[in-house]
Write a protein that binds this ligand. Structure first.
Ligand code: G3I
Length: 459
């Protein structure tokens, strides 16, 4: 087994600020333990991959270090979608996609191509055009030929058709289905096979993770494609899940597809929760990540699992589900969460378990000055445990619309009313009974009511 440097053993200096709002003078500290597992090695030992979606423009510094050292498959979050690669007709922009494929090769990772035919993130020139069925079919197959052809031999799996179903298992009335009927799926698969004969060709959808009407629709489609000799190699189950709601039938569902003679994969796993994240929610999330990974491990044709972003700072959830987030295995400051250890344990890691919270802490919050629309606050974090801690995180909900604008001695992120503050590189350690402080400026209007409760966690 190859040795992969664990990114978090390195210094986190140079870390790029990401996320909805990331402020403060601090460089986030790296708190992973020296004995932390390497997910890609554990997965490889099980004959699987463990992957992540990424954003090409973020592939530097700590983000790149973790992506390249912990994962052995990569999926572009947006960079291979039609609107990204052909924003105007005949004008291609492969820069983001190239960057990810090059990164993958430099780090010995597989690439999941995502995605050739989808109803969403299509270029305006395509959706606004009026096309005959023949023209649209040709546009679709030409697109597949251009994109799959460009990366021929460099993509292990292609999501050829993404999200073809409605919730009730009928076909979604996408641009393609409404003009071409269901035959567009077979045509797309054939075009992809011709363009890149070595890539494994997948259909991919969400809310198909367990047994149900939508996964029945996918099942019947795959069965019929196989019967017609259409090239179909696998089915992707996106796995956009809600805390505590991993379908109990997930393994049985993956297995029934495998029994049709196709590979399966969990392609976009995230498990969202209502913020703020508490120890109890993070423990549930760990169990959930573990359960999904267990389902893949238990099905021999399950090729791997891909997290839809490995860090909470690179997740679509807070943008789309107000007040929800913390859906990935690493927090915004690149600290592995319990979920990360849940994945590792499912993959056979016996390294001693999640270090988990190692102490307890309390929070004091004081508004030290306030003027017409602004204020300054000071927050004290006290280690009330009997041993020193190596890091801390504080979260609260603002009751009256306050916004944090700049912080010092902590890294502060805000999403809606939820604020999370994590230690800076230099003040994570607090001795037993000791305390540290950080401060910030914020804005308010109407009332500047202090948060009612604080969540405080230490490591
Ligand atoms: O790039 C622009 C930026 O220039 C602009 O300032 C900003 C303002 O909103 O938007 C940016 O584009 C966003 C893009 O992500 C890149 O960040 C789009 O608004 C946003 O809609 C887009 O969201 C993506 C979403 O697909 C679109 O449906 C998410 O990042 C991406 O993670 C998500 O991925 C999908 C899978 O492809 C299919 N399955 C579901 C999954 C989650 O929605």
């Amino acid at each position: 087994m190859r040795l992969h440097p664990h990114a978090l053993r390195r210094t986190a200096l140079g870390l790029a600020a990401t996320g909805a709002l990331l402020i403060g003078l601090a460089t986030p500290s790296a708190l992973a333990q020296a004995a932390d597992p390497v997910l890609r090695d554990l997965a490889e030992a099980k004959g699987k991959y463990y992957g992540t979606a990424v954003t090409a423009s973020k592939l530097t510094g700590t983000y790149a270090d973790i992506a390249g050292s912990q994962f052995n498959s990569i999926t572009p979050g947006n960079e291979m979608k039609w609107e990204s690669v052909e924003p105007s007709r005949g004008t291609y922009n492969w820069s983001g996609a190239d960057r990810i494929v090059d990164f993958a090769e430099a780090h010995d990772m597989e690439v999941r191509g995502h995605t050739l035919v989808w109803h969403s993130q299509l270029p305006g020139w395509l959706t606004n055009g009026s096309w005959t069925a023949d023209q649209l079919r040709t546009l679709m197959t030409d697109h597949i030929t251009a994109e799959a052809g460009r990366y021929k031999g460099r993509i292990s799996h292609w999501d050829v058709v993404n999200e073809p179903f409605n919730e009730d298992g009928t076909f979604r009335q996408s641009l393609f289905h409404s003009k071409l009927g269901p035959s567009y799926i077979a045509d797309a698969l054939r075009a992809a096979r011709a363009a890149d004969p070595d890539a494994k060709l997948y259909l991919n959808d969400y809310n198909t993770d367990g047994l149900g009407a939508k996964s029945d629709g996918m099942y019947n489609l795959v069965k019929s494609l196989k019967a017609q000799g259409v090239p179909i190699d696998g089915v992707g189950f996106q796995g956009h899940l809600i805390l505590g709601q991993v379908p109990s039938t997930m393994k049985a569902n993956l297995q029934r597809f495998a029994d049709l003679g196709v590979d399966v994969a969990v392609t976009e796993l995230d498990i969202r929760m209502t913020l703020p994240a508490t120890d109890a929610k993070l423990a549930q999330q760990k169990a959930d990540y573990r359960a999904v990974t267990d389902a893949c491990v238990a099905v021999s044709r399950c090729k791997g699992v891909t997290a839809w972003g490995f860090t909470d700072s690179d997740s679509w959830i807070p943008d789309v589900f107000e007040g929800q987030g913390a859906a990935t295995p690493y927090d915004e400051n690149y600290r592995p969460k319990p979920a990360y250890y849940g994945i590792a344990e499912s993959l056979g890691w016996t390294g001693g378990g999640d270090p988990g919270p190692t102490g307890s802490c309390t929070v004091g919050y004081t508004v030290t000055s306030q003027w017409n629309t602004g204020f300054t606050a000071n927050v004290t974090v006290k280690n009330t445990g009997s041993s020193p801690v190596g890091g801390w995180q504080v979260a609260w909900t603002y009751p009256s619309g306050q916004r944090v604008t700049s912080a010092w001695n902590a890294t502060v992120t805000q999403s809606g009313a939820q604020v999370t503050a994590a230690n800076a590189a230099y003040n994570g350690t607090i001795g037993a009974g000791g305390s540290v402080s950080f401060g910030f400026n914020g804005t308010w209007s109407g009332a500047n009511t202090a948060p009612a409760t604080f969540t405080c966690t230490t490591r």
